[in-house]
Ligand binder design. Structure first.
Ligand SMILES: C[S@@+](CC[C@H](N)C(=O)[O-])C[C@H]1O[C@@H](n2cnc3c(N)ncnc32)[C@H](O)[C@@H]1O
Length: 188
């Protein structure tokens, strides 16, 4: 599966990553947008803090990641929380979703600009996207972070021009806001 897999397996093996088990506040705030039995894919789920929250809401929660160690950890957390999750090991650089099969997708702290069309293609009409990741303000507090993985002002909105925004913050105007987000719906 290539570079990303090697890099991330190494990071998980060295326990450089994956300690945070609480769901993201944005997901908690917009939990009411997810319904029971909906298929929701957590893209680049890591150790599954958000996938498990979706499973607790009653969703058919798919945990997708390139790292098998992340997914093993995710399954362990799900067992502890007594919920079912559905792991998929895949490289999002090449993985192709089937058309209009997914009710919702979430993506936190992972930026892959090539993924936008694939996400749009996978969402059912009326389907939901929630995406949040670092923006250029993050470089002010963490100058060593790879600048290729931060969002420019307005970039999230431009990535998904045909989705209808429900809520967003992607102008980077406030320097204290080091992440941009978009919660948006595919037209029905
Ligand atoms: C910063 S972590 C974010 C984890 C989780 N979304 C969260 O917010 O807790 C980034 C995740 O992206 C995954 N990842 C990196 N490259 C990937 C790829 N090409 N395909 C799928 N997952 C990938 C890593 O294995 C890692 O779990």
């Amino acid at each position: 599966m290539g570079n990303d897999q090697e890099r991330w397996e190494r990071r998980y093996k060295q326990k450089e990553h994956g300690n945070d088990l609480s769901p993201d506040p944005l997901l908690i705030e917009y939990s009411h947008l997810f319904s029971k039995s909906q298929t929701v894919v957590d893209l680049a789920c890591g150790t599954g803090r958000n996938t498990i929250h979706l499973a607790k809401l009653g969703c058919f929660a798919v945990a997708l990641d390139v790292s098998s160690l992340a997914l093993q950890n995710c399954l362990k957390q799900a067992e502890g929380a007594k919920v079912e999750i559905h792991p998929v090991i895949a490289d999002l650089n090449s993985y192709r979703f089937s058309a209009e099969t997914v009710d919702a997708m979430i993506c936190f702290n992972y930026l892959n600009r090539k993924l936008a069309l694939n996400i749009h293609h996978a969402l059912k009409p009326g389907g939901l996207l929630m995406m949040q990741t670092f923006n250029e303000n993050f470089l002010l507090v963490n100058p060593k972070f790879n600048p290729n993985y931060v969002l420019a002002p307005g970039e999230l909105s431009k990535m998904f021009p045909s989705l209808l925004p429900i809520s967003k913050r992607d102008d980077c105007r406030s320097q204290s806001a080091t992440k941009s987000y978009l919660v948006a719906q595919k037209p029905a």
